[in-house]
Design a protein around this ligand. Sequence first.
Ligand code: AP5
Length: 218
Amino acid sequence: MNLIFLGPPGVGKGTQARLIERRMGIPQIATGDILRAAIAVKTPFGEAAGRYMSRGDLVPDAVMIEAVAERLQQPDTVGGFILDGFPRTIPQAEALDAVLAGMGRRIDRVIAFGAAEDTIVRRMSGRRICRASGHIYHLDSNPPTTPGVCDIDASPLYQRDDDRPETIRRRMQVYREQSEPLIAFYQARGVYTAISAEGEIEEIYQTLLAAAAPQVLG
Ligand code: AP5
């Protein structure tokens, strides 16, 4: 199953992608995580990308397309994948179609997560991430057992630079201007499903499974 998770920043795409990855055994390909890993090891690519990210702007299409095209060549994607945070623009979506067509593959379903703006702002403001592997927590809705420490690998938790109020506002604006046109793009291809991301993580996960992978519910 080749999936795309679409939706505004902080709506909960990454949280759900990690659950689906475990359940279906297909990798989550999160472009934000790829960029943050490059920033952490201070590659020239990471340093250039970091300047866009800290402003809340998108990294240029050409570099993102190249990074995703390369990732899709890895053997772990053969049984399917979850693209989380890509595509984010129409040129990225068109390039993805071309890359997949070249591999004899296509997108099976695009799931678009929606929630009210105040829900999204609350989720981003309280988010904490584990330094080692990017496990996702929230101070109120999904806190770690020991404050500031990842339950899974005991690494320290941190707040993303782009989860500060001014950057959150810019990211929402960028989403509306550059990513929302993808809704019509995928609706026209007949692979689009919108689901509500309001409510508990488990409740959304069950809705998502029914929409994205009814066969695994058996
Ligand atoms: P990226 O890392 O992709 O960020 P994003 O899309 O803005 O999405 P987020 O990671 O902020 O949120 P999410 O929807 O995954 O929510 P999460 O599950 O963490 O991108 C960062 C930057 O990189 C971009 O701004 C851009 O600069 C660059 N970039 C990345 N991809 C690019 C591309 N393709 N092209 C160009 N530039 C690109 O949840 C959020 C919080 O809510 C967590 O704390 C979580 O615990 C909590 N939560 C989740 N679900 C629930 C729930 N149901 N109830 C309560 N709390 C919940």
